[in-house]
Design a protein around this ligand. Structure first.
Ligand code: RB5
Length: 153
């Protein structure tokens, strides 16, 4: 799978663990930065990852900041992105199964690298169930997105 990944300074160290892990699993990785632990702004890294996903240049995206919260807020502003902030293995599986999430957010200051790797592996391996009720709910989410498209205030 082609995976886009980005982090701010709060997620930089975990990104440096996750990138080689993804490569070891046989995935292709596009790393949009950041490239050191100097302070940067998470939206500047969320957007390029989401653009790669919505354009189809990457199948999935992974975003890491200190808590994962800023990244998930920013990512979910992008049309077509369904981003889940995940810090446990059950949610990693459930959000693919139920929500068909295409971006995963993780907080480096919340989980250790071992748990983060497992979250990433499970999230990548779990297919969307395609269940009728889940599709119906996602269509309702898309309707909300369509309703507010182009709104500037
Ligand atoms: C940076 O200090 C921190 O605010 C950021 O990484 C993230 O946790 C924001 O949600």
């Amino acid at each position: 799978m082609k995976i886009a990944i980005g982090a701010d300074h709060g997620g930089y160290s975990l990104k440096e663990v996750i990138v080689p892990y993804l490569l070891s699993l046989g995935h292709e990785v596009e790393d949009v930065g950041c490239s050191c632990d100097q302070s940067v702004d998470y939206p500047d890294y969320a957007l390029p990852v989401c653009d790669l996903v919505t354009s189809g240049k990457a199948e999935r995206g992974i975003l890491i900041c200190g808590t994962g919260i800023g990244m998930s807020i920013a990512a979910n502003k992008v049309r077509g992105i369904r981003c889940a902030l995940v810090h446990d293995l059950f949610s990693a599986q459930a959000t693919r199964d139920h929500n068909d999430t295409n971006v995963l957010a993780i907080g480096e200051r919340v989980v250790g690298p071992g748990v983060a790797q497992e979250i990433v592996r499970i999230w990548l391996e779990t297919p969307f169930s395609g269940g009728e009720r889940h599709v119906g709910r996602l269509n309702k989410v898309k309707k909300i997105e369509d309703q507010y498209a182009g709104q500037t205030t």
